[in-house]
Design a protein around this ligand. Sequence first.
Ligand SMILES: Cc1cc2nc3c(=O)[nH]c(=O)nc-3n(C[C@H](O)[C@H](O)[C@H](O)COP(=O)(O)OP(=O)(O)OC[C@H]3O[C@@H](n4cnc5c(N)ncnc54)[C@H](O)[C@@H]3O)c2cc1C
Length: 410
Amino acid sequence: MSKAKILILGGGFGGIFTALELAGSADVTLVSDEDHFLFTPMLYEYLSGEVEAWHIAPRFDELLDDNINFIQATITGIDLATQSVLLAGHEPVNYDALVLAIGGVTNYVGVEGAENFTLPFRKLSHADNLRQRMVAALDRIPPDFAPQDARRETTFAVVGAGASGCELSTKMADLLNDAFKRRALQGEPRVLVIEMGDRVVPGMGDQIREFVEDALHKSRVEVHTQTRVVKVTADELTFEHEGTQESLKTAGVVWTGGVKMSPLIEHLDAEKNKRGLLVVKPTLQLSQHVNVFALGDIAYYPDATPTLAGTAQLAFQQASLAARNIKAYMEGNEMHTKHFEELGEALSLGTERAAVLTGGKAFGGALARQARFALYTSRLPTWQHRLRVGASWFFGGTTPQPLLPLGFER
Ligand SMILES: Cc1cc2nc3c(=O)[nH]c(=O)nc-3n(C[C@H](O)[C@H](O)[C@H](O)COP(=O)(O)OP(=O)(O)OC[C@H]3O[C@@H](n4cnc5c(N)ncnc54)[C@H](O)[C@@H]3O)c2cc1C
């Protein structure tokens, strides 16, 4: 008898961990537009050179063994009625059970120029682009430039002071400050983080916020709360604070302002909540399609602690439940449900610090940085990859790579 065909769409946290748990139990196919998984929580360390691409973005052909098929392709359509999925440059693929794990896309919330002129920060290539932009800005400054001119040439803004914006801005500021010293430039660079709300990391508790505020201060990041970005051009950012607008010349603006659903999910004929997320049952199945499971950033799962929404932690935990329920579905057994809780927080704050919240207690500094590396080694996919990366960090170190002039860069 031929095995049931399970099609998993998306090779991020939800997709890869579901695939790995299902390996061997059915005819499993994983589809992703990238050739690698990405451990997004460490994209900041990739920007700074503390980690290398292979550590946090292992290729699927290394992670998946022969009993999982992998197709690298862009998904262009999902038809739940005919149980088929369209892939660019490939024949349509049919399935017996489908896993939707395609994650979200950057949400520019309609701000003029944001989509065209800001840098997104969700992929390896985005981190490469941002690093190049910082190097290019530094390379434009002659050694005798006046401090105020050097500062203007190296003004970078990060939009959104959620965890991502704070992690990114501290990392950028540390790298740029270090480069100013190495290149003996006068003055200092300017990094701003801009937030609409009245505080940084609005979704997090006060304990961890203290460490974040301290790190922003030590990395000399300018924090602008209750400030709304209204327009971005190739070299200028306009923002509004208490009814007054101000424009600023910028060398780069990075957008970490939010996530929305991809058109694939928008067009899917299935129940959604007000934010456009797919409403799933406690078993992760779509309400009208027992053979379709959704998880991660695209799914609204009522029985999860609210602060987990849109996190890797949630997608990672849901992957186990999805795999277990797909097996149960194929074998005609009873489905399982699970309440998902926070596993703790770990933020990278600049190149020397981090903050970790675990068991209700927060700690920071260099020790937290080490703890974060240790914790994340254990969360990478497959024990073989964990071992290789753990050994590399332990023996090779995790020293940041300075922003060198073009030609000497990585
Ligand atoms: C920079 C950054 C840092 C983060 N840090 C943290 C953190 O510290 N802690 C935390 O808990 N969460 C963090 N997150 C959030 C976390 O990454 C997401 O919540 C998590 O990845 C969601 O998993 P997912 O499987 O739903 O989607 P994703 O991991 O986004 O995976 C989606 C996959 O689908 C693929 N895909 C999408 N569209 C298509 C298409 N049309 N065709 C083919 N393939 C497609 C993508 O390439 C990707 O491989 C961070 C996110 C970012 C961007």
